[in-house]
Design a protein around this ligand. Structure first.
Ligand SMILES: [Zn+2]
Length: 307
């Protein structure tokens, strides 16, 4: 009897311990309303979907230049719902086009302004994932992060969800009435393809599936379909974890020596250092490719371009 119980315990524990782990993060909050939802509606829907699908905590990487009255309220709502508010710079400057001094200033200004939120954490997400296009800038910003008690909030799972949002808003704008069921399926499918691709790349180079960090943006399609994505992740054996847990993975300590003006994410950096030169950006990270698929899979329309 005792051994039967033991087997049962092991059987129950096994799927959990084998589950692949993923944290969810949203950049560019509070991102401006594009037409479908207002800012407050988007926040409300996003919070409700995360709660309903039992995602206890995500992170919102925020730009302090967007903190008007409504923006402050939106971030307050995320923070009070238990989500992390973190630094994505003041003005979303491109580090490839900005000097170190000015860039550090914008990082510190955001630190000051975002510090007002209860759940603020000292995590920095580089806009466009660009960490410096020469060694002096890259090392200067690494030193600034360290000096101010910050960690680099790298991502492992890259995608172009922001372009899917543009396609969705354009379809609404042009009164093309996108079918929401097909829209949700398209969103989930494209994201799952990139997630599985980068996880496979990680397993190739690390010999294991690390705790992943998914890059998304604070947008209407995220609020509409995050629940569908979470369901699909769980169905495929993934477990949703907090950003804090994700950043405890060993790869958080990884620092490439290579200067990368365009950064594919942490898995891409590791793959590049291990000699992989091609496929660091998944094929779904292509605006034209996504547009063609959106036209055929969501709109099922006979048209060459949408945008
Ligand atoms: Zn951004």
């Amino acid at each position: 009897m005792k051994s039967c119980l033991m087997v049962l315990v092991l059987l129950l524990a096994a799927p959990l311990s084998l589950a692949k782990e993923i944290a969810i993060t949203f950049d560019d909050s509070p991102r401006k309303a594009a037409g479908y939802f207002s800012g407050p509606e988007r926040a409300q829907k996003l919070i409700a979907e995360l709660k309903q699908h039992k995602v206890p905590q995500v992170a919102f990487f925020s730009n302090s230049s967007k903190l008007d009255e409504e923006g402050v309220k939106r971030l307050q709502a995320y923070s009070r719902a238990g989500h992390v508010i973190a630094n994505h710079s003041h003005d979303h400057a491109d580090f490839n086009r900005t000097g170190l001094e000015q860039y550090v200033e914008a990082f510190l200004l955001a630190d000051e302004k975002l510090g007002q939120f209860e759940n603020f954490k000292k995590l920095y997400r580089f806009p466009y994932l660009r960490e410096g296009n020469d060694k002096a800038k890259r090392d200067g910003m690494r030193a600034a992060l360290k000096k101010h008690g910050y960690s680099n909030a790298y991502i492992t799972l890259n995608n172009y969800d922001w372009h899917i949002e543009s396609l969705f808003q354009a379809a609404i704008d042009k009164k093309l009435a996108p079918d929401f069921e097909r829209m949700g399926q398209f969103y989930v499918q494209v994201l799952m393809e990139s997630i599985e691709y980068y996880d496979q790349m990680a397993q190739t180079h690390l010999g294991r599936s690390p705790r992943h960090v998914l890059l998304l943006h604070e947008m209407d399609i995220s609020a509409l379909f995050i629940g569908d994505l979470v369901d699909e992740l769980k169905r495929k054996g993934w477990r949703i974890i907090t950003p804090e847990r994700a950043y405890q993975d060993e790869i958080a300590q990884y620092q490439t020596e290579r200067v990368l003006p365009f950064n594919p994410g942490r898995i891409g950096e590791i793959a590049r250092d291990k000699g992989q030169k091609k496929g660091l950006w998944h094929s779904t990270l292509d605006e034209n490719y996504l547009e063609q698929r959106f036209i055929s899979e969501v709109l099922q329309a006979d048209m060459k371009t949408l945008l």
